[in-house]
Write a protein that binds this ligand. Sequence first.
Ligand code: FES
Length: 64
Amino acid sequence: MYVCICHDIKDSQIKTAMQQGIDSLESLQSELLVGTCCGCCVPMVQDLLDEHHATCPTIDAMAV
Ligand code: FES
């Protein structure tokens, strides 16, 4: 499914990037350019990030 029409980015590409440790909006924007044009996709990217963080807690979260 396309998430970012402006940069031709699919959810699978975003999920792969997150699995590789690119797990913040800023780093996804830097790496994939997602959300850096019109910005319409940012809420959907944030949802994917929230879903990722809910299922893959960060090391900091595990240390608490
Ligand atoms: S749809 Fe992603 S920046 Fe426009």
